[in-house]
Design a protein around this ligand. Sequence first.
Ligand code: 13P
Length: 248
Amino acid sequence: MKKLICANWKMNKTTGETESFLRELLKALGSLENSVEVVIFPPFTSLCVAKELLRGSPLKYGAQNCFYKEWGAYTGEISPLMLKDLGCSYTIVGHSERRNLFGEDDETINKKLKALLKVGIRPILCVGEKIEERNANLTHKVIESQIRIALSGIEGEVDELDIAYEPVWAIGTGNPATVEDAKEVHTFINKLLDELNPRREGRTRILYGGSVKPSNAKEFLKEREVGGLLVGGASLEVSSFLDIVNSL
Ligand code: 13P
């Protein structure tokens, strides 16, 4: 399996900034190692720019969220069909910022995953515990519940999606999980997926996210249990994102 390195830009960059970033990245990157897949997640408003600039390049792009209906009277929402039309290969679902700031629950996330799989976009499901949950020894319980509900009814398609473990306390804090903690949770997730789908082929990559920087990317990526990285802040500058990609 190729390791998957994702740039989640969150609510950052205008179309002009997206264009400069992508031009500079493509120029600096040249070709990509066969062992790595790189995906940029700009805001919705920059997806057209990504489509234009990344055509024929080794980089892929995707959306940070979507709604679960195909079309209709849902003011302000974007459907998986529209993302497919824009050439998105991936879409992030259930990021902790969506859960905690916008009240997204596991049932909604389940519907979004189903809708994306239906149009052939590969979802990246985000899961992770809050600090008070970790301190109360609830990490496994929280993650198990998030995954069981999110994958309910689509256990058979688990090979068609990836999962990002992003402990909430590690996001944007400069305080990443230790590699040992990440490995421990990734192993737990893998066992849970085996239970949910004993016939799965093992194509679900488990990514780590939360304060990934050029200085720590390598130690995560060298572990077999870590299928890739979901990078926030450090993906906003070409040089630091490139250092992360090149650390493989
Ligand atoms: P940071 O890399 O800024 O901690 O953000 C992680 C994240 O939320 C990626 O989805």
